[in-house]
Design a protein around this ligand. Structure first.
Ligand code: SAH
Length: 399
């Protein structure tokens, strides 16, 4: 049994916890000096010694830990983890029963009752993401519970808690059998090549499933498509399958070329018929303007923060300018798909960036579609920041 500690919470934060806020912010804690070992169970009390909630100590960029229960007598033991994971899996029955989509999220952190922990499913294989050393201390319980409540071929893990909260490079294999990679999974009938043991990114971002489907089913037909920050070219493949005239994928990383070729090939599209460009997106925009290129659809899916040789990109500071570059090379009545996973601003603020960008370019636009996280990325009302994804489809109305 781990020792538990008492944390005194500042009065101004008590209301939020009572309303269900799961994140234990550093600023909320009075006796920080009592926090030593990550993974310790912490009991939160107000200054009058009334119990508020219990949670665990785990440091990540977001805070110092997560609330696990509002019940003072609840034990954070094997059965606690088993019950949470079982319930999460039960809520995804429809996903498990769908043979056209064989990869999805089975456990989404605080949305499923345990902040700092996510679990993804890839056709029988599971990938556990640990976002702090604190939650990693519960590895045994989590792995044991998972094995108990669902059939498993194998388990991999990603430790995302080095000093900067980044992924720790190591062998990620944890348990069971190892498949031959690439493991081919399906999403709405489309193949994806995934590599569960090659670093932080496995080859697909599962949270964009609905966006990819909509591009394929409703927007790509007869359009020329520019996919920026394209990684494995997932959006390009869906666009091509949806009848795009041609796709152009641009990503800075060398690996993106072979990964994108592979992604097209496993879906029976000759990669030689598509443009796959390894280059800084900002450089490509300049080239496109010089060559007077226009696209009927431009997809923007930058990381929240990135540093390349020439530019530092921060979604919060630079998204508006990124949009302006896109507007300049989007054809009349063309579509811009603007996406961000930056949790530092919300949908309203994001739409504000869009509005300002079009105003500064003196063009009119129309918002067509709006997406946040899909159902398997479960979030809770009391923690809106957890719903980090924002995707907007915009139609450009002036040339
Ligand atoms: N849109 C992708 C995911 C993007 S991940 C998908 O749907 O799967 C972010 C990608 O941006 C990474 O592959 C990274 O290499 C790329 N990237 C970061 N900065 C860049 C830049 N300045 N120019 C081009 N690509 C960049």
């Amino acid at each position: 049994m781990k020792t538990e500690i008492k944390l005194k919470i500042k009065q101004s934060f008590v209301g939020a916890f009572k309303e269900g806020c799961p994140l234990i912010a550093k600023e909320a804690i009075i006796n920080l000096e009592d926090m030593h070992e990550e993974g310790t169970i912490i009991n939160l009390y107000d200054v009058k010694h009334h119990f508020i909630a219990k949670g665990y100590y785990g440091r990540q960029n977001k805070g110092y830990g997560w609330v696990l229960s509002k019940d003072e007598s609840e034990l954070i033991d094997d059965s606690f983890f088993e019950q949470k994971i079982k319930r999460a899996i039960g809520q995804r029955k429809a996903f498990f029963n769908n043979d056209q989509t064989t990869a999805f999220r089975v456990f989404n952190g605080e949305g499923d009752g345990i902040g700092g922990l996510t679990i993804d499913y890839f056709d029988g294989f599971y990938v556990i993401n640990w976002y702090s050393e604190g939650i990693y201390k519960f590895k045994e319980q989590v792995v044991r519970s998972l094995k108990k409540v669902t059939p498993i071929k194998g388990i991999y893990q990603k430790k995302r808690f080095d000093e900067q909260g980044k992924y720790i490079e190591e062998n990620d294999f944890v348990y069971g059998e190892e498949p031959d990679f690439p493991l081919i999974i399906k999403e709405n009938g489309v193949n994806f090549a995934v590599y569960l043991n090659e670093g932080a990114m496995v080859g697909v971002f599962l949270d964009q499933r609905e966006v990819r489907k909509l591009i394929r089913d409703h927007y790509a037909k007869s359009r020329t498509v520019l996919n920026t920050f394209s990684y494995t070219g997932a959006f390009s493949v869906f666009a091509k399958l949806g009848g795009a005239v041609k796709t152009t994928s641009v990503d800075l990383a060398n690996r993106s070329l072979s990964k994108t070729e592979e992604q097209f090939s496993i879906n029976a599209i000759d990669p030689g018929t598509q443009d796959i460009i390894v280059e800084d997106v900002f450089k490509y925009f300049k080239y496109a303007v010089r060559k007077k290129l226009k696209f009927d659809m431009v997809i923007l899916d930058p990381p929240s923060f990135a540093r390349s040789k020439k530019f530092t990109f921060s979604a919060q500071k630079d998204y508006k300018d990124l949009l302006k570059e896109a507007i300049a090379i989007t054809a009349l009545n063309g579509i811009i798909v603007a996406s961000t996973n930056c949790s530092a601003f919300n949908m309203n603020k994001f739409k504000g960036f869009i509005d300002t960008a079009f105003k500064e370019m003196q063009k009119r636009y129309k918002l067509l579609e709006e997406f946040t996280l899909p159902e398997d990325f479960k979030t809770i009302e009391a923690f809106k920041e957890g719903n980090y994804l924002k995707v907007v489809f915009i139609k450009k109305l002036d040339d």
